[in-house]
Design a protein around this ligand. Structure first.
Ligand code: FES
Length: 66
């Protein structure tokens, strides 16, 4: 789904940015351009960002079976 129409940023782009270490809206904005034009997407972008951060927090590393 498109989150930022001004810059064609999708939720998938935001989730990928979080996977690459982004953890705040200003950082996301610098990296992707999200929320840098009209700003109307900021609230939804932040919601997706925090949802993904929560998901990543509970993602356990894979451990090879011995
Ligand atoms: S919709 Fe994201 S800056 Fe306008």
């Amino acid at each position: 789904m498109y989150v930022c129409l001004c810059n064609a940023i999708t939720d998938k782009t935001i989730r990928q940015a979080v996977a690459e270490g982004v953890c705040s809206l200003p950082e996301l904005s610098r990296r992707t351009g999200c929320a840098r034009v009209c700003g109307s997407c900021a609230e939804l972008a932040e919601q997706v960002l925090h949802e993904e951060l929560g998901r990543q927090r509970f993602r356990l590393p894979l451990v090879a079976a011995a």
